[in-house]
Design a protein around this ligand. Structure first.
Ligand SMILES: *[C@@H]1O[C@H](CO)[C@@H](O)[C@H](O)[C@H]1NC(C)=O
Ligand SMILES: *[C@@H]1O[C@H](CO)[C@@H](O)[C@H](O)[C@H]1NC(C)=O
Ligand SMILES: *[C@@H]1O[C@H](CO)[C@@H](O)[C@H](O)[C@H]1NC(C)=O
Ligand SMILES: *[C@@H]1O[C@H](CO)[C@@H](O)[C@H](O)[C@H]1NC(C)=O
Ligand SMILES: *[C@@H]1O[C@H](CO)[C@@H](O)[C@H](O)[C@H]1NC(C)=O
Ligand SMILES: *[C@@H]1O[C@H](CO)[C@@H](O)[C@H](O)[C@H]1NC(C)=O
Ligand SMILES: *[C@@H]1O[C@H](CO)[C@@H](O)[C@H](O)[C@H]1NC(C)=O
Ligand SMILES: *[C@@H]1O[C@H](CO)[C@@H](O)[C@H](O)[C@H]1NC(C)=O
Ligand SMILES: *[C@@H]1O[C@H](CO)[C@@H](O)[C@H](O)[C@H]1NC(C)=O
Length: 474
């Protein structure tokens, strides 16, 4: 009898829970509330005739698992969504409730509403899995003084496991007021930081799907110290002239897949920086902006590591760079096992580029001994048009040349106002292999020179030969 009582009380308490939820400021998701009973081999007992509930008795051991998925809306917590009211408090209240719920939760941000938010951090760990359904709009307040405490972030999700963020809604950073005040736009202003619109920090098993992120104050979406991430069907947009508005930034994150996404902003479409490993980007449409970047790495003599990156299937249109690896002089560490493949470029200024003398500051950068070692990089099946005469540009470190760079099936031509012309390759301090038809390619006499130069033991400081630009002749 004990087991049976147990089932009954579990089912009853679930019914009570159901009733409470449906009748208070929660609402129930019809089909999503379910009672999930696990079968066992326990024998049926005598008094099981009546009731739907006890139908399960014979196949249940009394440890009935009640898994009801609950639904709630930010509206239930007082969020107005009128585009004017500050809804931050209501969102945080809703999060607190969701995060402490023992049952899995869908938290809705209803469509046709526009919720205004100040900087907000939604922290875990949470008691159960949460799905946030963003169907409406979330907009940043334009008041810059609201960011005094932390000028680098607007919305943060932190230390949450199994979080899903999905929906047809939009997250809008209303970045214009920040762009105007950027030193890159108005040179008479001091350089300051601006917020990243949406940051996921230290999350595990994270899915972000279908949402639109636009007009971020600075970066749009940042994955920071996360593990196991899937980002699908995202649309990320900002004007080409908006400063430092990277689309998707990946830092210190392992095992991330970015799939079916379209990014066009004023900076990198995707930037992958130190501590990131096992990064896949598949079916990406990129442009305008600065292209897909590994780096920058090694700034301020930092040690950096990026490895196992696969960029597969992309259209890159009207960007300053296509696929780029950029490092500062003086760094250390490495960037290796990186593949860029099946990529079509349209009107891209530097389609394929490795820049180990990256220097994004007003003062010139000093020449330094050390460098982030770049090795094992494959460029395969990359075609299209270059907006400059140099289609392939390898400017590698003199002291730590790029190793094992493979060009395979490359066809890039120069686009001069609709007329095509040959593109060139500039290959400095790089050890490369070419497979299939490669145009423009590094010239074999340059490889020879590289070997010779390295045997010479860096005699003098000024080798003019390695500055030569070689013309492709395929
Ligand atoms: C939470 O989600 C993870 C991954 O989908 C799943 O393995 C786990 O069973 C879920 N936990 C609960 C309590 O539903
Ligand atoms: C640039 O900033 C200066 C100093 O705040 C300001 O006076 C000027 O109007 C700004 N220029 C533009 C074009 O906004
Ligand atoms: C992550 O998800 C996988 C399967 O989706 C699951 O097996 C694993 O337990 C989850 N990890 C955490 C920390 O919940
Ligand atoms: C995301 O969008 C795709 C395509 O519109 C749709 O098939 C899918 O169901 C959506 N996913 C969610 C979780 O709404
Ligand atoms: C990518 O989009 C295509 C077409 O909409 C869809 O078939 C595919 O399932 C999507 N992939 C993922 C991982 O969402
Ligand atoms: C690639 O992603 C786009 C969305 O950016 C989608 O429309 C398209 O169907 C996807 N293609 C494939 C082959 O998955
Ligand atoms: C190189 O990276 C790919 C992912 O792009 C991974 O599958 C492969 O195992 C890595 N190779 C090595 C030697 O680590
Ligand atoms: C490239 O972008 C331009 C400007 O947005 C657009 O007009 C053109 O159709 C795009 N080309 C391709 C092939 O996507
Ligand atoms: C080369 O890449 C293009 C663009 O992604 C793709 O359509 C084509 O199938 C690829 N070719 C091969 C041989 O894989």
């Amino acid at each position: 009898m004990g087991a049976q009582t147990n089932v009954l009380s579990n089912v009853l308490s679930s019914a009570v829970l159901f009733f409470l939820c449906c009748s208070s400021n929660w609402y129930c998701g019809g089909t999503t509330t379910s009672i999930d009973l696990h079968p066992t081999d326990e024998k049926p007992s005598a008094s099981d005739e009546q009731g739907e509930i006890l139908r399960f008795r014979g196949i249940n051991n009394g440890r009935a698992k009640i898994s009801s998925k609950l639904m709630m809306s930010v509206a239930d917590f007082g969020a107005k969504g009128d585009g004017k009211t500050d809804d931050t408090k209501a969102f945080l209240k809703a999060w607190k409730k969701a995060c402490s719920s023992k049952n899995a939760i869908d938290l809705a941000i209803p469509k046709k509403k526009s919720y205004r938010l100040k900087p907000a951090t939604f922290s875990g760990p949470c008691k159960s899995n949460i799905t946030i359904k963003i169907d409406g709009a979330i907009e940043a307040s334009a008041d810059r003084s609201g960011y005094k405490r932390d000028v680098r972030h607007w919305i943060i999700f932190k230390k949450i496991e199994n979080l899903i963020v999905e929906g047809d809604g939009t997250i809008n950073g209303k970045g214009n007021v920040w762009w105007k005040n950027s030193c890159k736009i108005n040179k008479s202003l001091p350089c300051t930081h601006a917020p990243t619109a949406l940051t996921f920090k230290e999350c595990k098993n994270l899915t972000v799907e279908n949402i639109t992120i636009k007009d971020a104050q600075q970066m749009h979406l940042s994955f920071q110290k996360c593990v196991n991430v899937e980002a699908r069907n995202l649309l990320v947009t900002a004007p080409e002239k908006s400063p430092n508005t990277d689309g998707i930034h990946v830092t210190n994150t392992q095992n991330i897949k970015i799939i079916n996404s379209t990014v066009g902003t004023g900076d990198d479409c995707i930037s992958i920086v130190s501590g990131s490993q096992s990064v896949q980007a598949t079916n990406i449409t990129c442009g305008p902006g600065h292209g897909i970047s590994i780096g920058s790495l090694g700034k301020g003599n930092a040690e950096a590591h990026v490895s196992d990156v696969m960029i597969d299937t992309a259209v890159i249109n009207g960007t300053t760079n296509g696929v780029r690896i950029k490092t500062w002089q003086g760094g250390s560490g490495n960037a290796n096992n990186i593949t860029f493949q099946n990529i079509v470029m349209y009107n891209v200024k530097n389609p394929i580029i490795i820049d180990q003398n990256y220097c994004d500051q007003d003062d010139p950068c000093d020449e330094q001994e050390s460098a982030v070692q770049i090795s094992d990089i494959l460029y395969k099946n990359i075609t299209g048009t270059s907006a400059s005469e140099v289609g392939v540009h390898f400017d590698c470190s003199k002291n730590h040349p790029c190793q094992d760079i493979v060009l395979q099936d490359i066809k890039l031509v120069r686009d001069e106002d609709g007329k095509t012309a040959k593109a060139k390759a500039s290959c400095k301090n790089v050890k490369w292999t070419q497979i299939g038809k490669v145009s423009p390619g590094c010239k074999s006499d340059q490889l020879k020179q590289w070997y010779l130069k390295n045997e010479e033991e860096e005699e003098e400081d000024n080798i003019a030969d390695d500055q030569v630009v070689y013309y492709a002749d395929h």
